[in-house]
Write a protein that binds this ligand. Structure first.
Ligand SMILES: [Zn+2]
Ligand SMILES: [Zn+2]
Length: 366
């Protein structure tokens, strides 16, 4: 146990040092490296405090790990990146105003999102995990790479999705229906938005499973053999753009208010992480009403009887309507996760992104 704890010090130091270095670079090149939409959500003071906390923790944890002689090279990476971050200005780094650029990356969104998701879910999974599984389980590097790419490219994804939804919404406008929906209270609009979005998502999700060329893209998501808060990040960029565009479309066409749509976007982010998490808590009857870990874990099961089930990501009701609801009543969990034939999906984010475009007969697994 003590060895494991010491190893943790080094890994945490390396992560905090690297994230601090990215943070300092964001201060130097804000117009290129940070997302304009996300910048509006936090203050400069918040970013500086976070950076200071990251730097101090990286130094303290890294030094402790080095003194105890465990994972020295990883601990040195933590102290080294933190030192470089301090040399580049540390938490007092100057911010020379933010210029305008056409394109920008979302490195700030990546750092903050990874930090807070890890802070919430790693301790939660340690305490309530169904399996005693390290956060550094097989495939974690691939999943961090997916987390990185999907967050850093957030602006490009949003541009594609918005172009598609506003384009189609302009063609398909139903003013009477839209004003009727907008006259509803926001909480009811939100509930309806979740239902219609999940119906669109589950319909598309079933198509991913049943259409061989679409399955090639979606099989990447199913290739994770270990489930935790990070596993859901593994998703082909084509699937991310296609799914978000198709799911947002009914919400825009039906005319839901921006407040209801924003609340839905926050929910989908949280529930997607939660549904994959390694949490063994039994929620009783609630498991029949809301998509919780055990429900979505069965969708990832390496068992032929469950491949074509549980497409919903919010409401199991949607699967009941589609005839694809399947949840063992005995509270059991899948024995194994992943695609039925693991040789169909290569390892690593680059090969997985190329795989759907390679020649060869597509395979259906749904
Ligand atoms: Zn699926
Ligand atoms: Zn999933």
């Amino acid at each position: 146990m003590s060895t494991q704890r010491l190893s943790w010090l080094a890994h945490l130091s390396a992560w905090l040092g690297s994230l601090s270095l990215i943070g300092v670079l964001c201060f130097h090149f804000p117009e290129l490296l940070t997302s304009r939409d996300f910048r509006a959500v936090y203050s400069e003071a918040f970013a500086r405090h976070l950076l200071l906390a990251g730097l101090v923790s990286a130094f303290v944890l890294g030094t402790l790990a080095i003194l105890r002689g465990r994972n020295r090279r990883i601990a040195l990476l933590g102290v080294g990146t933190a030192t470089l971050a301090v040399l580049l200005g540390g938490s007092d780094v100057q911010l020379d105003g933010i210029g305008q650029t056409r394109w920008s990356l979302g490195l700030d969104w990546f750092v903050v999102s990874l930090l807070f998701s890890a802070l919430v879910f790693i301790p939660l999974e340690r305490a309530l995990g169904r399996l005693d599984q390290s956060p550094l389980r097989p495939g974690w590097r691939t999943d961090v790479a997916y987390f990185f790419v999907s967050h850093v490219l957030v602006q490009f994804i949003l541009i594609l999705v918005t172009a598609w939804t506003t384009g189609v919404a302009a063609l398909a406008a139903f003013p009477a229906l839209q004003s009727a929906i907008q006259s509803l209270p926001t909480w009811l609009q939100f509930a309806l938005a979740v239902f219609f979005a999940d119906l669109a998502q589950a319909t598309l999700h079933r198509a991913y499973h049943r259409t061989p060329w679409l399955w090639r893209f979606h099989s990447v998501h199913h290739s994770s053999t270990h489930m935790d808060w990070l596993a859901g990040s593994r998703m082909h960029l084509v699937e991310i753009v296609l799914t978000r565009a198709m799911v947002l479309l009914p919400l825009v066409v039906l005319g839901f208010s921006q407040g209801a749509i924003n609340a839905y976007v926050i929910l989908v982010g949280l529930q997607a992480v939660l549904a994959h998490a390694n949490l063994g808590v039994r929620f009783g009857w609630l498991e029949q009403v809301i998509v919780l870990p055990r429900y979505h874990h069965w969708h990832h099961a390496r068992e032929p009887g469950y491949v074509d089930a549980n497409y919903a990501i919010h409401l199991p009701l949607v699967d009941r309507l589609m005839g694809t609801f399947r949840l063992p009543r005995d509270g059991s969990w899948p024995a194994e996760y992943g695609v039925l034939d693991p040789t169909t999906v290569p390892d690593g984010i680059v090969q997985q992104h190329l795989m759907p475009f390679r020649r060869g007969k597509p395979r259906a697994e749904g």
